[in-house]
Design a protein around this ligand. Structure first.
Ligand SMILES: [Zn+2]
Length: 436
């Protein structure tokens, strides 16, 4: 007798939907079968899809920008997440420039994240390094975080890592087996003009600044080895250019993450009266750039949201320099991306995320794996109408979608069931890359 059974659902396994029953025991998927067995609790999933829990590899909860803190903390952000079928999130440690500061950054973030109702982990973040890079890399691995984010820009706030050290990090990525996460925009091509308005954001951070920097880093990678994961790719031209010379690296050692916002809107929306609500970095691009993003979407490994939400009052400022950049999205990302890319997006939000970021026993519906899953009801002509995050607006309000997340389960327990939040307690995940 199993503890729980989810029966008659259309279950997503190995890239297709099959009619199977899932049996759960002690938080794990104990059996997947066409046969019916007894269970203490039986969940009827007829007419529903059963999907592996979404892993959002890129969120910023409770991000302190100095003058303002992003409005979703680990509790409200993770509650919104489970309404969207998300069962694991990866946030970021505050950037540090020396290996001696990593542990402190980790403890601080861990303390904030304890409120999370879904499982969580962190990427380490480095800024303008001044210490020993090898020790830095070894330290984060030892703490269970084999992914390190650096910035090629933000020299104005002292966060930029320069080329020589990026090359050194790539060599260490190869020798120590970690994955580098790059915020990739050419610092030289970014213009920060105090008189810029919200609509000037694409002028301030042009698409070419991403394309040029991505090509340079891909060449570093080709020459020095290692693994590089490009966060929040915004420009379709960047992807098209990478499929030229660097096709052999793509999806093997050069990984691409993009976000729902770049598929959903173009920069034209920044010209509207409420354009300030759509401000984030990298910014929205032209319709042509977006068309290329769709065209080359098969090369996109993962979808992350870059969730970093603010309220209208924070965003409603005349000058761009006064607007905190970032939007929410963790709750709606699966719905939005399923609408845009269909079933192709499922692996990009589950299995691929787990593989690339070294999350073990999650990301697939498989015997022995954690019972992280959600039930999804396909619907016709449906729209996003509710929002559980803390922010007082969502850019995805009324966005067309193809169904709804009905219930979400983490390690065998429903955290949200029939659109009602039941509560839960997330666990911190120690990560380890393949071959480690
Ligand atoms: Zn981010």
């Amino acid at each position: 007798m199993y503890e729980k059974a989810i029966i008659y659902g259309s279950v997503y396994i190995d890239g297709e939907f099959v009619s199977k029953h899932i049996y759960i025991q002690e938080g794990k998927i104990a059996k997947i079968s066409e046969k019916l067995y007894e269970a203490e609790e039986v969940i009827d999933a007829q007419n529903l899809e059963v999907l592996p829990g979404i892993i959002d590899p890129h969120v910023h909860f409770e991000l302190n920008l100095g003058h303002v803190i992003s409005v979703d903390d680990f509790y409200t952000g993770s509650v919104a997440a489970v309404y969207g079928g998300v069962t694991t999130i990866i946030d970021f440690l505050d950037p540090v420039d020396h290996q001696s500061e990593i542990e402190n950054a980790y403890e601080k973030r861990l303390d904030l994240a304890k409120k999370s109702v879904c499982d969580y982990s962190f990427h380490a973040t480095i800024k303008k390094p001044r210490g020993n890079l090898k020790e830095f890399v070894q330290k984060i691995k030892q703490l269970g975080m084999p992914t390190l984010k650096f910035f090629t820009t933000y020299s104005d706030s002292g966060r930029r890592t320069y080329d020589e050290q990026i090359i050194e990090l790539m060599k260490l990525s190869e020798s120590e087996n970690i994955t580098l996460l790059g915020h990739i925009e050419s610092d030289e091509l970014i213009r920060l003009d105090d008189s810029f308005l919200a609509r000037d954001l694409p002028l301030s951070r042009p698409a070419i600044s991403e394309t040029i920097e991505a090509l340079k880093l891909a060449e570093f990678l080709r020459s020095y080895g290692g693994k590089l994961y490009m966060v929040h790719l915004s420009s379709g031209r960047t992807l098209e250019a990478l499929t030229g010379t660097y096709k052999a690296l793509l999806n093997k050692s050069l990984f691409i993450e993009s976000c729902p916002q770049y598929f959903s809107f173009t920069k034209d929306i920044l010209n509207e009266d409420n354009g300030y609500l759509y401000t984030f970095a990298p910014p929205l691009r032209s319709a042509n750039e977006q068309a290329l993003l769709f065209k080359y979407s098969k090369y996109i490994d993962t979808i992350g949201t870059d969730h970093c939400a603010f309220n209208r009052e924070h965003k409603n400022k005349k000058l761009l320099k006064d607007i905190p950049l970032g939007i929410g999205g963790v709750e709606h990302s699966f719905n939005i991306m399923r609408h845009h890319l269909g079933d192709d997006v499922i692996d990009k939000m589950t299995k691929r995320v787990a593989e690339i970021h070294g999350i073990r026993n999650k990301g697939e519906l498989k015997e022995g794996y954690d019972a992280d899953l959600f039930l999804y009801e396909p619907m016709k002509a449906y729209k996003i109408s509710d929002n559980h995050a803390q922010s007082d607006y969502s850019v995805y309000e009324q966005h067309p979608i193809d169904g709804k997340v009905v219930s979400t389960m983490i390690r065998g327990e429903f955290v949200m069931r029939d659109r009602k939040f039941l509560g839960g307690k997330g666990q911190w995940l120690r990560r380890r890359l393949a071959d480690d």
